[in-house]
Design a binder for this molecule. Structure first.
Ligand SMILES: [Zn+2]
Length: 142
């Protein structure tokens, strides 16, 4: 697939975020801005189909990147601890407001918990897109 095709494919799937979606972005920003630890630079926030919120931060391992844990994994753990399983919306961001798209490992893991919208940012506009549009040829077919 060419980059041009990928952009066209994704652009058709992008949706504007609403006020409730922006609330999730604000909650994630508050979480990562209050962090004092030096091993966490990313926050993830989930809203489930039961309208519950779950949060997580990444944990970086200083000597071994593969041993680090993404913020999404941390939020999944919190969600599982509360016996909730269906994610509706997700955002991951840095303290400076940079929105991050989930890595491939997180995309595969998140697909076990529904087909949530993922918040993205293009220039100064927020958008959301279904996870299956970011990972169309996923390993897990459900
Ligand atoms: Zn990840």
């Amino acid at each position: 697939m060419s980059i041009r095709f990928l952009w066209f494919y994704l652009a058709k799937a992008l949706m504007k975020v609403n006020t409730q979606d922006k609330e999730l972005i604000n909650l994630a920003q508050k979480l990562i801005k209050k962090r004092k630890g030096r091993y966490s630079t990313v926050a993830a926030a989930f809203r489930t189909t039961d309208h519950k919120f779950f949060f997580g931060v990444n944990v970086e391992h200083i000597h071994s990147s593969p041993c680090s844990m993404c913020a999404e994994y941390s939020a999944i753990g919190q969600m599982q601890s509360d016996d909730d399983y269906e994610v509706e919306l997700i955002v991951a961001l840095r303290a400076d407001g940079t929105i991050l798209s989930p890595c491939g490992k997180c995309r595969e893991m998140l697909r076990q918990f529904g087909n949530p919208y993922v918040i993205l940012k293009e220039k100064n506009d927020f958008f959301k897109v279904r996870l299956d549009k970011l990972i169309p040829y996923r390993e897990l077919n459900k």
